[in-house]
Design a protein around this ligand. Structure first.
Ligand SMILES: [Zn+2]
Length: 266
């Protein structure tokens, strides 16, 4: 009898004519956003600005395609215990910009979507100092009240260190202070555990991952352009960078390219 390969089922040949059919591991994307709004004149990272109109269009497109956009806690649980007819996709915001609060949060609420907001804990209520140093325009970061409100509205708060350094260039002591200190500070603000971490600039290696794990996080996101399965190292989750120019066809292309990476890494 011949079994057909499908999206859900995969045949494994055991030799001597024997074959078993198993459920495929679902491979799912995590999207990474930064600033929501129109690009600011003079910004050195103008690609990071996604207009609210494009943001909403992308989410509505995903929902029409059968995806359920969600925060990382729910995403990990879907990868581990996949439910029929749920296509998980995680939505994340790096840095903790006020524009994500003002522009993205109302759209997420309107569409019934949860997401994860990674905050630079030492810059709460301040500005994007790490980019300003390089000549970028000043952007406001969410303040304490806004972070509490994001959390109260059902979103997840994660840490993106205290000061947004390249962790590979930090001493162990400095790196741990960034990783653990930011977790503690955010937990004090929220009164809840902070389980998720995002590596600034996507810079990670085995050693940094082990520090993040030992600090008590559940998982961490990098910027490797790949999809994720239940087998993916949860301290090195792949993410797709969504930029000002990520139209719907370009997003579809990014998914396809990431799927190839997942197979290659698998
Ligand atoms: Zn960042």
């Amino acid at each position: 009898m011949e079994l057909t390969q499908s999206k859900e089922l995969k045949n494994i040949y055991l030799g001597e004519g024997q074959m078993i059919t198993i459920a495929r591991q679902p491979a799912a994307p995590i999207l990474m956003y930064h600033r929501i709004g129109n690009p600011r004149r003079g910004s050195i990272v103008s690609g990071q600005y996604v207009s609210p109109q494009l943001f909403e269009k992308q989410l509505r497109f995903l929902q029409r395609r059968g995806y359920t956009p969600m925060c990382l806690a729910n995403f990990l649980s879907e990868l581990r215990h996949p439910k029929a007819r749920v296509k998980p996709i995680a939505i994340t915001f790096d840095d903790g910009y006020e524009s994500a609060y003002a522009e993205a949060l109302p759209i997420l609420k309107k569409l019934g979507i949860t997401a994860t907001f990674f905050v630079v804990a030492g810059q709460v209520g301040e500005s994007n100092a790490w980019d300003e140093e390089k000549g970028d325009v000043t952007e406001c970061m969410m303040g304490i009240e806004q972070i509490i409100d994001v959390h109260r509205q059902g979103m997840e708060i994660g840490s993106h260190t205290s000061s947004h350094p390249d962790l590979l260039l930090c001493s162990d002591e400095h790196a741990m202070a960034e990783i653990q200190g930011s977790k503690k500070l955010l937990e004090t603000i929220l009164g809840k555990p902070v389980d998720w971490f995002s590596y600034p600039y996507g810079r990670e290696n085995d050693h940094i991952r082990s520090l993040v794990r030992s600090a008590g996080y559940v998982g961490a996101c990098g910027t490797r352009r790949s999809l994720n399965t239940a087998r993916t190292n949860r301290f090195s989750l792949g993410r797709l960078n969504i930029r000002a120019t990520t139209t719907i066809p370009w997003m579809i292309y990014k998914f396809a390219r990431a799927a190839r990476n997942e197979v290659a890494a698998g």
